[in-house]
Design a protein around this ligand. Structure first.
Ligand SMILES: Nc1nc2c(ncn2[C@@H]2O[C@H](COP(=O)(O)OP(=O)(O)OP(=O)(O)O)[C@@H](O)[C@H]2O)c(=O)[nH]1
Ligand SMILES: [Mg+2]
Length: 362
């Protein structure tokens, strides 16, 4: 799996709708709650106009975007941790994700039931956050019991580990997400392994109707600001429709134009996800493909090669790096080479966002 985002939210918030829009996947969408039972796993192509522009230089090659994985799970309700609704066992399905997209219903529609009877983003956000915290409390407490046992064994570091862990459990019990709690070094690895849900970066998604911004979406943005988090607004149903109806970027642009929009909310969502995960994109023009790749900020040239093929890391000699702007401006790698505009990046040199990279291997 690459970089993955998990969708959470109340039933009928529009998670599967947004999942379909992202992954073009045809997951089941219904106007009644708990339509989703088994998790839907999909892959979202990352829209990137830079790749589109690069591809125009190589019309004979196939354009391959980079992808983020997305996981759509069942809706959460108040009391899920005590077995209400679908319970919260399915939350384990998103333990593997790198970030959480918290989908908040910001549309009114009498045909789409709301589990608590009214549209109220702040209350809804509170319910979901509480359930995530309760799930973490459950998971962390299980580990606490184990650490307690270890404290009575021969490992002399065990008591300090247990004490630090208990501080964390206590903070979570008080309603502090793990990401806001300073983690003692004794337990840093264990926290990473345990992968608590509230340690993951979170992006709020205000799912609005075709009309766009409204009082509900503004409430979501305010809640996000208060938490030091980002929010994006998305016309979930419209975006899903556009995804189904349009197969080319031109058709999409025309459809969006009808609503006075120039960029899909999905593009904004994926971009925000990138920022959240500290990811960058680099490009390759190799064989029959022009292709975008995703790596974390701070990736070395050798590791970037390994992303493409493990062989590239093993046999890495050097990476020849061009900026996309230089390449687009001159239209030719040869011109850049003659002008000495190609950077030679060794094993440990870092790759930057938007660079076009050619790996030279032994
Ligand atoms: N009016 C309107 N309806 C929407 C929008 N987004 C989703 N819906 C509708 O809301 C209903 C629920 O959408 P789903 O995507 O199935 O919701 P969910 O969050 O996956 O729900 P569960 O799987 O039950 O947790 C469907 O009837 C959608 O068509 C929107 O932006 N506007
Ligand atoms: Mg669903």
């Amino acid at each position: 799996m690459g970089f993955a985002c998990g969708l959470v939210g109340l039933p009928n918030a529009g998670k599967s709708t947004i999942f379909n829009a992202l992954a073009n996947a045809g997951a089941r969408v219904e106007c009644y709650p708990f339509c989703t039972i088994e998790a839907n796993v999909g892959s979202a192509a990352v829209p990137d106009t830079r790749l589109d522009r690069l591809a125009t230089l190589f019309p004979e090659k196939k354009k391959v975007p980079t992808h983020l994985d997305v996981i759509d799970i069942a809706g959460l309700v108040q009391g899920a941790s005590e077995g209400e609704g679908m319970g919260n066992q399915f939350l384990s399905e998103i333990r593997v994700v790198d970030a959480i997209l918290h989908i908040v219903r910001c549309f009114e529609d009498p045909n789409v039931a709301h589990v608590t009877g009214s549209i109220d983003p702040l209350r809804d956000i509170g319910i979901v956050e509480t359930e995530l915290l309760l799930k973490d409390h459950e998971t962390l407490s299980r580990v606490a019991a184990r650490l307690h046992g270890e404290s009575r064994g021969p490992d002399r570091h065990a008591p300090a580990r247990e004490a630090a862990w208990n501080v964390l459990v206590e903070q979570v019990a008080r309603g502090h997400p793990v990401r806001s709690v300073p983690i003692a070094h004794e337990i840093a690895d264990l926290v990473r392994e345990t992968s608590p849900l509230t340690a993951k970066p979170c992006l709020f998604v205000a799912n609005v109707d075709d009309g766009g911004e409204n009082e509900y979406s503004r409430a979501v943005f305010a809640a996000a600001r208060e938490r030091g988090a980002e929010a994006v607004m998305l016309r979930g149903r419209l975006e899903a429709e556009i995804g189904e109806a349009c197969s080319t970027p031109e058709e999409r642009a025309a459809y969006l134009g009808e609503y006075g929009l120039s960029e899909t909310g999905l593009t904004a969502l994926v971009r925000a996800g990138y920022r959240l995960l500290n990811l960058i994109t680099f490009f390759t023009v190799e064989g029959p493909e022009v292709r975008a790749w995703t790596v974390p900020v701070g990736t070395t040239a050798r590791a970037a090669g390994g992303k493409i093929h493990s062989d590239f890391a093993d046999r890495f000699v050097v990476a020849e790096v061009m900026t996309l702007d230089d390449l687009l401006r001159t239209g030719s790698e040869k011109v850049l080479r003659d002008a000495g505009k190609i950077r030679r990046a060794g094993h440990d040199a870092l790759i930057a966002d938007g660079e076009v990279v050619h790996f030279v291997c032994a």
